[in-house]
Design a protein around this ligand. Structure first.
Ligand SMILES: NC(=O)c1ccc[n+]([C@@H]2O[C@H](COP(=O)([O-])OP(=O)(O)OC[C@H]3O[C@@H](n4cnc5c(N)ncnc54)[C@H](OP(=O)(O)O)[C@@H]3O)[C@@H](O)[C@H]2O)c1
Length: 217
């Protein structure tokens, strides 16, 4: 059993991930903004923790992370503006890297973005900022001494997925069901030997358990 803190616990990936982690016997805390989200988290077996990533600094984050072993960051501004992208998608993981070290959280899992996303489309300022910011966040976490995994999913689909994926250091671009992202994150958390890796993820042909076993050192 690990004590896991999920940033983005109310999101498409985070909600599915929390359910999996709780079902596996982990103790899970989940960040939420709206007060009415607390009850749904509690019903899912998650300890609700109120907080807004637009306002949380490293000291506050360090306090939230006390008594946890693992943190997952799957929060995102979802295109709600440049300031929010910079603060949530960019500074969020960088602050988490610092706070995790201060709080004694040894492992951090970051949901990032596939570098080929948006290729072939007319460049848009907001999207370019998003991609640049995601990469800066990856770099901040990767420079830390933590045991991190950076997961770069393709375009996310509002689906559970059937548990078959492509997972590895370099893939051709594709889409991936949010349910499959949650399956892979839960599997990674249960395989601490997979550490300090950047992994790309799309839907594919390989059962998640086999895709993870292939990465186990
Ligand atoms: N869309 C894509 O195709 C795509 C592709 C690759 C990677 N990604 C990345 O995948 C990750 C998650 O995807 P998803 O589908 O789970 O996203 P989602 O459903 O939009 O969920 C985003 C989560 O972030 C939380 N959040 C937003 N602003 C916050 C704030 N100020 N303080 C605290 N929490 C905040 C949301 O909380 P609320 O419930 O309060 O809104 C929600 O829990 C993101 O990092 C995104 O960049 C997306």
């Amino acid at each position: 059993m690990s004590r896991i803190f999920v940033f983005g616990a109310t999101g498409g990936i985070g909600r599915r991930l929390c359910l999996r982690l709780v079902a596996s016997g982990h103790r899970v805390s989940g960040l939420h903004r709206a007060p009415e989200q607390a009850e749904a988290l509690r019903e899912a077996g998650v300890v609700p923790v109120a907080g807004d990533l637009m306002a949380l600094g490293v000291p506050e984050m360090t306090r939230l992370l006390q008594n946890h072993d693992i943190a997952v960051f799957s929060a995102g501004a979802a295109g709600s503006g440049a300031d929010r992208t910079r603060t949530i998608d960019g500074e969020g993981p960088a602050k988490l890297a610092e706070a995790a070290q201060a709080a004694g959280v040894g492992r951090v899992y970051l949901v990032s973005a596939f570098p080929e996303a948006g290729r072939g489309r007319e460049p848009k300022e907001g999207f370019e900022l998003y991609m640049r910011t995601k990469k800066e966040a990856d770099a901040a976490l990767a420079a830390s001494p933590l045991d991190w995994v950076i997961l770069r999913p393709g375009t996310l689909l509002h689906e559970e997925g059937g548990g078959r994926v492509a997972l590895g250091p370099a893939l051709t671009y594709g889409s991936v069901a949010r349910g499959n992202v949650a399956r892979v994150l839960a599997g990674l958390i249960d395989r601490p030997g997979i550490r300090r890796r950047v992994l790309e993820l799309t839907d594919g042909a390989t059962p998640v358990i086999e895709a993870l076993a292939a990465l186990d050192p």
